[in-house]
Design a protein around this ligand. Structure first.
Ligand code: XIL
Length: 379
């Protein structure tokens, strides 16, 4: 515990009281993150969320009401992404057998609460149904598998998704293509096919390439730019690049590094979003690593606010116990903005500072295509 428990309880009850009954973030006095984000020129500030009973949520049923109040009612968020339910493993577990039950739980809550929905993810090597990887495909067969999957899944949620992550994590760290079953059989053609098909099926959804470690300039960001250009050169619809933003508190990029990376994509004429933001630290949390985390959140959200074309921020859930981080990174955790007792991380204030012009100005401001919102920033 990082604070005396009496203080934590007080903070938690104060924040619940303040947030209660403010609807969807449009209340006059509401200071939820989404309200601040919209004032700063973003489309949304959101949080991914999962369906009850999925791994990270098991055993936490008694806190669901408090969690749900923040997720859906508090004005903190106006966008969500289903953490798991739309992935191949869930929606097409057997060839030609489609099941939308898990995905529908979060997508229908998004609809009920009038939130933007980012849909995630059509073609990805991970959480793939085993039958896709276990079969030895001819190129024609695998093309058909991709077309069928994208047609059915994007078709099912047609008109509901602000954006689709069409292809997820196609790149290695050096910018070369990951050797997934899709790449091994079809080469980069699979990316074109997935985007082409999604564009036909749901023409209004923004089609994104989504990946991690794209938040500072590197060979991998160049690889992602190459994918965008390839699609554009072929006349295939591509609307955005998702920077997952799974970052590390103790070794985080600077504001200017983030700005450069975001501009690198925005200058290609596509929009950018932070799609899976979390910033993990080596547990236990203490004053020092929480301060680094605050700075890291402030930098990345600040860069999104400062660069034209960065349209929104999605946390990869907001409540520490529901984070994927401790399951995947052994000694790390506390990556989100709300602790287990529902008190807020110092990083919450870092995000508020970034959204309210209290962050330092990076080189995004006042320069080139990447600079807008000057009026807001000067206000
Ligand atoms: C994670 C989920 O949060 C976990 O619940 C699941 O067990 C594994 O996947 N990149 C992505 C996300 O695009 O879909 C991943 O989500 C995290 C990394």
């Amino acid at each position: 515990m990082h604070l005396p428990s009496s203080l934590v309880l007080l903070a938690a009850s104060l924040s619940m009281g303040m947030d209660a009954g403010k609807g969807k973030g449009n209340g006059k006095n509401c200071k939820g993150l989404d309200v601040l984000a919209k004032k700063a020129g973003l489309k949304y500030f959101g949080s991914a969320t999962d369906s009850p009973g999925q791994r990270e949520r098991a055993g936490y049923e008694e806190v669901y009401p408090q969690y749900d109040q923040i997720m859906w009612e508090s004005g903190e968020f106006s966008q969500t992404t289903p953490t798991n339910g739309q992935k191949w493993l869930f929606v097409e577990p057997t060839r030609g057998v489609f099941n939308y039950t898990e995905g529908d739980i979060v997508t229908s809550l998004a609809k009920k609460h009038g939130m933007y929905l980012r849909c995630h993810a059509l073609v990805w090597h991970s959480q793939l149904a085993p039958w896709v990887e276990e079969t030895t495909w001819t190129a024609d067969e695998l093309r058909q598998v991709i077309v069928d999957h994208v047609t059915k899944v994007a078709g099912y949620w047609k008109g509901q998704c602000y954006a689709w992550d069409v292809v997820n994590e196609a790149l290695n760290e050096d910018g070369t293509y990951r050797e997934s079953v899709f790449y091994n059989v079809l080469g980069e053609e699979y990316i074109k096919l997935a985007f082409e098909t999604a564009a036909k099926v749901d023409p209004k959804a923004k089609l994104y390439y989504n990946d991690y470690n794209l938040e500072w300039p590197s060979a991998k960001t160049e690889g992602a730019q190459r994918i965008v250009k390839m699609l554009q050169d072929e006349g295939i619809k591509v609307d955005g690049v998702g920077l997952q933003a799974h970052l590390v508190a103790e070794s985080h990029p600077t504001l200017d590094q983030h700005i450069d990376a975001i501009k690198g994509f925005a200058d290609l004429g596509v929009e950018v979003a932070l799609t899976e933001l979390d910033i993990r630290l080596t547990v236990p949390a203490n004053a020092s690593n929480l301060a680094m985390q605050k700075e890291a959140y402030k930098n990345v959200v600040g860069a999104c606010v400062q660069v034209d074309g960065c349209i929104g921020v999605t946390l990869w859930d907001f409540y520490d116990p529901f984070s994927w981080v401790p399951y995947v990174f052994n000694t790390e955790g506390a990556a989100l903005l709300w602790f287990e007792d529902f008190s807020k991380h110092p990083a919450y204030d870092g995000v508020v500072e970034a959204l309210t012009n209290k962050t330092s100005k990076g080189k995004g401001k006042g320069k080139g295509k990447g600079a807008k919102r000057a009026t807001l920033w000067n206000a």
